[in-house]
Design a protein around this ligand. Structure first.
Ligand SMILES: *Cc1c(COP(=O)(O)O)cnc(C)c1O
Length: 419
């Protein structure tokens, strides 16, 4: 791409951006002088869609007006409310409608799906994860191993980048699975690693895993709403994600889960049950004869929090309007532009550890800062940049195509290069 480091380039790129009007659909936090902050932390908490209030108010109004009858009489009846999000969610994840549901939260869903898909046996009890996996994933997996009576030292395998490298090579993952796959029960990887920003080649990992009869699941926390996903086509077994990062569902938003249709009606799969997984037509007969919904909804336990679903729905409607492929196109440009500026303007100790290949990353760049990185980070904060710091030496910056501009990226790199 023909980038330039002139200020006029950013202004022109913004003027030509077909998605530029989406920024106005979000609340951008302000600095003390009233100007917008440079918000590059959508990988931690997505900004608030301006329509959220209206979606919530509708439900508050219907609760006031109808109380219990809101389950059927609300403008958006609460009984089937989660279904209003299904097809939009399926598009984001690249799945069939039957394969996705929004429920609980990420780590809770991780445990619920491990109950179903981690069934260790004497000679096949291992779980493969990334060496720099997110702590919650690590703890969850560790506790699952212990819960089943296995020894973490023996049952947990971590795949690491090669010495001196930051990125895990796909060939190394494939080689490890080929070598140890007979003993691996579950392969559990991120879609996009939260620290390095590496997007894994999920299709290839599934293929390698299935060849060795491993179940392959993904944590899509940093992938959902960021990169284009094809979970069904890749034939992944299961996945979970949160909806408060790129999905803009709000702090602590309701989470999401995917189960491949192959498993949906397999009665041999163990599952923790609740009444919301029971067949919708006979649920209220309350007769203790469990009939599962023939979709991933059978993994639901409780009736869901409607206000959470309403808040997420506001964002999903925006995603639908913009479209993932258009968002991804802009995202690739924004991130490549940031990379170009950092490489061109700064030659003082900033190393981009995120892959340079666009298919191997989402929007985030992870910058390893030599010397006193924390000081640099604090200076960014003082100057109105919101990004984040990850010990020991990394700044993560994520330009999000829904609301970030080329101007944001230009100003960010300008401040970063100040010293
Ligand atoms: C953000 C994130 C989580 C957070 O888990 P919650 O259960 O939503 O608190 C877990 N795993 C990964 C990989 C994440 O990026």
């Amino acid at each position: 791409m023909n980038f330039s480091n002139e200020n006029s380039y950013a202004a022109e790129a913004d003027a030509k951006d077909p998605l530029r009007h989406f920024r106005k659909k979000f609340f951008i936090p302000k600095q003390a002088d009233g100007s917008d902050v440079i918000y590059l932390a959508g990988n931690s908490l997505g900004l608030q869609p301006q329509t959220v209030r209206e979606y919530l108010e509708q439900e508050l109004k219907d609760w006031a007006e109808f109380a219990v009858e809101g389950h059927t009489k609300a403008k958006n009846p609460w009984l089937p409310y989660h279904e209003f999000l299904t097809s939009q969610t399926a598009k984001i994840i690249g799945a069939k409608n039957e394969e996705v549901v929004n429920m609980n939260s990420l780590t809770t869903n991780l445990h619920l799906l491990f109950v179903s898909f981690y069934r260790p046996e004497k000679n096949k009890h291992k779980i493969l994860i990334e060496s720099n996996s997110f702590p919650s994933d690590y703890y969850a997996v560790e506790s699952q191993i212990k819960y089943h009576g296995y020894d973490v030292a023996e049952s947990l395998i971590e795949i690491k980048p090669r010495e001196g490298e930051d990125i895990v090579r796909t060939e190394d993952i494939e080689e490890l699975i080929e070598r140890e796959g007979d003993e691996i029960a579950v392969i559990w990887m991120a879609g996009v690693n939260y620290y390095s920003g590496q997007a894994f080649e999920m299709g290839k990992i599934v293929k390698a895993g299935h060849k060795k009869n491993c179940i392959v699941g993904f944590d899509l926390a940093h992938a959902a709403g960021n990169i284009e996903l094809k979970l069904h086509e890749w034939n992944a077994d299961f996945a979970v994600w949160c909806n408060y990062k790129y999905m803009n569902g709000g702090p602590g938003a309701i989470g999401g889960a995917f189960v491949n249709e192959r498993h949906l009606n397999d009665r041999s799969i163990p599952k923790f049950l609740g009444w919301w997984g029971h067949d919708k037509k006979s649920r209220f007969l309350m007769d203790h004869k469990y009939i599962p919904i023939p979709t991933v909804e059978s993994w639901q336990l409780s009736n869901p929090p409607i206000l959470q679903l309403a808040s997420l729905k506001a964002s999903l409607d925006i995603f639908e309007e913009a479209g993932m492929s258009a968002l991804r196109k802009k995202s690739e440009m924004l991130t490549s532009y940031m990379e170009y500026l950092i490489k061109g303007e700064i030659n003082n100790g900033i190393q981009i550890i995120t892959p340079a290949e666009k298919n191997e990353r989402g929007c985030q760049l992870s910058l390893r800062i030599a010397g006193n990185g924390k000081e640099k980070f604090n200076r960014l904060l003082d100057k109105g940049v919101i990004c984040d710091w990850r010990e020991p030496d990394v700044i993560r910056a994520a330009p999000v195509p829904l609301y970030n501009s080329f101007g944001d990226v230009k100003r960010f790199v300008g401040i970063l290069s100040e010293g």
